[in-house]
Design a protein around this ligand. Sequence first.
Ligand code: TYD
Ligand code: MG
Length: 462
Amino acid sequence: MAKLKTAYVCNDCGSEHSRWQGQCNACKEWNTIVEMRLETAKDSKDTQASVRSERFSGYAGATDSSLKTLDQISLTEQPRIASGYQELDRVLGGGIVPGSAILIGGSPGAGKSTLLLQVMCHLAQTMPTLYVTGEESLQQVAMRANRLGLPTDKLKMLSETSVEAICEIANKEQPKIMVIDSIQVVHVSDIQSAPGSVSQVRESAAFLTRFAKQVGVAIFLVGHVTKDGALAGPKVLEHCIDCSIMLDGSTDSRFRTMRSHKNRFGAVNELGVFAMTGKGLKEVRNPSAIFLSRDDEESAGSVVLVLWEGTRPLLVEIQALVDYSQMPNPRRIAVGLEQNRMAILLAVLHRHGGIQMSDQDVFANVVGGVKVTETAADLALLIAMMSSFKNKPLPHNLVVFGEVGLAGEIRPVPSGQERLNEAAKHGFTRAIVPMANVPKVPPANMEVIGVKKLSQAIEALF
Ligand code: TYD
Ligand code: MG
């Protein structure tokens, strides 16, 4: 009989505690700690590992466990599999890596099942695939596939929630790509707790990841993100999977953005953009165009910025509203931007631009729900705030980017030339950029103004 050990694990961040407590020490969330039964190392070594490795060793592409030095390892890299969606491939770092475990997280209704169904129906045309659904019935999935007009003849479907049974069937079918929808409804038999609890989610994901590695099948795991203690957040399994992707976007907006938070095979800062339509998720190849849909009227407090997202530029609009405050402590609210950064910029504006906003409420927003983390947004945010404060609209043809230092200097940002080219492509004819980012040959029809100091930028515009 296995000897069991108890641990107290946070449902949100997965950190362990020696006893139960109301608040997690690591992430400071309340009421997220649950008791979890762990098996001892001896037990898992003796029973599970041997059973599992024996069970799947017959699969083509199974790994062997002999000792090797690095140079003895064969480097014949398996080619990546294109998913048929460029946006997804880019976020994955150039396609699906065989034998990898990929977690697709997101709130319910984000479109995870829809996206994976679309991807799998297309992949099924050229390779063996398996879609395991534990959440929806087979009929529901089939109805959706029909409604979306997807090719339905090749994709193998399975309705099952036992991880062992799933792996058993997969071992027979030998798919190249598999989907588990979702990780919160599957369970392994040697753990007693309910599906969706931390220990089940963790063990199931670990089992499936091991299976993926052993047999060389790429597995997509769907995970719902909830604050509710009943379902374990995908955070607890981030360490055992290869790639974690989040599909974001509120259900009342058409657009969904996809970002990877961890990727063993590529960069993590790539952004993929999709639009939810009546016919499922469609790729948005030119996201600048959607985030920039402005009317022609010039309004104070709005300026366009060129961001650098992973490997491509993205044009977004920043809006600011500065208004006299009725409160003893004026409000500073930033949506899609960092609030601390805004406070720093207001201090710089006071000290080096001579403009005081201490009696003003300042609100800033990035249009379209994009989250901006780049410091290249500094100059644009400053200019937007100034424009609203002075109630002076900025020219419609203007783009801005640049980092602002504490001494009021404007610092260069990477990929200046590409940013300017993207802006020129969308019809912008004037740019205010850091002096060091001014190209020798500016894009055609574009006037590029280089600035070294905040005061020069203010002079050029106001
Ligand atoms: P779904 O993929 O079921 O979400 P998840 O698996 O992440 O929980 O997507 C459901 C949402 O997508 C639902 O709110 C309706 C919307 N939707 C469309 O707008 N058009 C469509 O063609 C489909 C299939 C879904
Ligand atoms: Mg779903």
